[in-house]
Design a binder for this molecule. Structure first.
Ligand code: N01
Length: 546
């Protein structure tokens, strides 16, 4: 273990300035990393920019925010007692309950004493002589650590909109990912919302119920499936908990980390139209993300995909009373599920309300904002008191590239990843030794249950740290060869799917200037995990110990 050096910290208490591991981010990944590192006798500190823990679930407090993987599954699996003692109030917990859970975990495992809040890591520089990272924060602290775990989240750099005159708008502006703690009261106000991804689709029904008028500015309609959320009874919870072991086993062996939605091994195009209809209706009744596993060819065969897309379009047309509005809401031009599938409660029904207007930005783009609203190119002025931007994130790479991370030779990660992220397994990048990323680009990441995905990465990383030490070495780093191989593999697998056909954040296509490439490993978690384990079994094949 490192000898602790001491200096007065920002809170006036004595702080170690030399650690085994610095963890950046106190979300699900960062908290579990801290827990496991400590268990292994390693010294660690978590730095968190927010004034509370919870990561995504700390920042995204917009009305309607909730998970869309059942809470029984969207929760830590590493501790049987924890999962037995915690009661989820609903099938899909809302943001406040998820945040409560994370805070419970922090207290239960006594994590807070090694988490430093309101501290943003500004830089991390690798020193080649000592094989250590020097990490600095916005509080002027400097700390040295042998290893760095970037648990910075996939969706942690909100994307702003750039419309002429937006700075002149005099009303309140809120991004869904930076929502005020106390909430917002939209009563009596004319509200505009830009964006109809998962966040917008969850927020819109809630805002519509409160605001005097809501104008939805939609650029691309999304496919959304009812979540069918409901409170859980005592009896339902008891049954769920009794089958936890089996449920977790099935999750770990599934493509998405979800056991509640069975994977149908058949092909849509081998089924008759009647069989397909029955399958799709059954999935509709399950709700949410269940469609991803309804047939094996849906995300690789355009004709198969179209059968499901048509089913979903028909459902939208049935729900929305005004046929013109329904047509604006019907997604066309990209395959079903290749932009993140949404799970909603009363999303389409909201457009039947008198106080909701839908504006199609493809037909009538924004022209200019003024103090009191926005004009679209058809000359229409939309008067607004408040504006909500649900415009997403510079996903997977934004946060890491914006941080001053320097590896060998002083090269910045931002420079290295200018043409797109380069990783081995989505966990490490060549020439950045001892730096790990959880659920990073090139891993299954957001296409697998994020809690489990983070657990797996944390366990892989902590084992690697231990193995370096057991070998009497000081550093681990992927070779250029394995990184090149992995990046090509991620691209090749992605090219076999329909995901590349959509302008999604999975493709980096939502951020102007970002290189277009598939950012996720689409081979499924079981295959991914097998590869990661195989590499370890072969003595970290493709990785060098320094
Ligand atoms: O962001 P998004 P999000 N002018 O990028 C539009 C997770 N999540 O925050 O599609 C006009 O999906 C943009 O339009 P287009 C989940 O993984 C999960 O909603 O680019 N419009 C799009 O409609 C999700 O995928 C939950 O044409 C602009 C929207 O803004 C991820 O977070 C809940 C625009 C952005 O959609 C991100 O979701 C919430 C512009 N300049 C989030 N720029 C769960 O349920 C962007 N848009 C668990």
């Amino acid at each position: 273990m490192d000898k602790a050096l001491s200096s007065p910290g920002p809170m006036g208490r004595s702080e170690r300035t030399s650690l085994d591991v610095v963890v950046v981010g106190a979300g699900f990944a960062g908290l579990y990393a801290l827990h496991l590192l400590r268990k292994k006798g390693l010294s660690a500190r978590v730095y968190e920019a927010g004034d509370g823990i919870g990561g995504t679930w700390y920042w995204n407090r917009y009305p309607g925010a909730r998970c869309d993987i059942e809470s029984i599954e969207y929760s830590y699996s590493f501790d049987e007692q924890l999962q037995q003692e915690w009661d989820w109030p609903a099938r899909y917990a809302d943001q406040a309950d998820i945040l409560k859970y994370i805070n419970h975990v922090a207290d239960r495992f006594d994590l807070r004493r090694d988490i430093q809040l309101e501290t943003r890591v500004e830089s991390a520089h690798f020193d080649e002589k000592s094989s250590r990272w020097t990490v600095t924060t916005n509080r002027g602290e400097t700390v040295s650590a042998q290893f760095c775990i970037m648990a910075t989240g996939c969706l942690s750099t909100p994307k702003q909109v750039d419309v002429e005159g937006i700075g002149d708008f005099a009303g309140q502006c809120y991004h869904t990912a930076a929502w005020p703690r106390g909430g917002v009261d939209f009563s009596g106000r004319r509200v505009g919302i830009i964006g109809t991804g998962s966040s917008g689709i969850q927020a819109i029904p809630h805002i519509a119920k409160q605001a005097r008028h809501l104008t939805v500015f939609q650029r691309t309609p999304n496919f959304s499936i009812p979540a069918w959320n409901h409170p859980l009874t005592e009896e339902q919870r008891r049954i769920q908990k009794a089958e936890y072991a089996d449920l977790r086993r099935r999750e770990w062996n599934s493509i998405l980390g979800i056991s509640r939605f069975p994977a149908n091994p058949n092909r849509a195009l081998d089924a008759t139209p009647e069989e397909r209809e029955r399958e799709y209706e059954a999935r509709w009744a399950m709700g949410g993300l269940s469609f991803y596993t309804s047939y094996v060819d849906l995300l690789v065969d355009p004709a198969a995909n179209e059968t499901l897309a048509e089913f979903a379009r028909r459902k939208i047309r049935q729900k929305v009373k005004d046929p013109k509005v329904a047509e604006m809401l019907v997604p066309k031009g990209y395959p079903f599920g290749t932009k993140r599938l949404c799970a909603d409660t009363d999303y389409y029904e909201t457009y039947n309300r008198d106080n909701v207007t839908l504006v199609d930005l493809r037909a009538t783009p924004f022209q200019k904002f003024s103090a009191s609203g926005v004009t679209t190119q058809d000359g229409r002025f939309h008067e607004l008191d408040a504006l909500v931007t649900a415009t997403g994130f510079d996903a997977l790479t934004g946060t890491l590239c914006n941080m001053d991370i320097r590896g060998r030779g002083g090269e910045t990660l931002g420079d290295k990843w200018k043409g797109g992220p380069r990783t081995a397994l989505g966990i490490m990048s060549a020439r950045f030794p001892n730096m790990f990323v959880t659920t990073g680009p090139g891993s299954p990441s957001v296409l697998f249950n994020m809690i489990l995905g983070n657990e797996y990465h944390v366990e892989w990383i902590v084992r690697a740290i231990e193995d370096v030490r057991k070998a009497g070495r000081v550093a681990i780093e992927p070779t250029q060869a394995i990184e090149d191989f992995w990046c090509q593999h991620v691209t090749d697998v992605g090219n076999q799917t329909l995901f590349t056909q959509a302008d999604s954040w999975y493709m980096g296509a939502n951020v102007p200037g970002k290189p277009r490439q598939i950012l996720l490993y689409l081979g499924g978690f079981p295959a991914y995990k097998a590869t990661c384990e195989d590499i370890v079994a072969k003595g970290y094949e493709g990785f060098a110990f320094g």
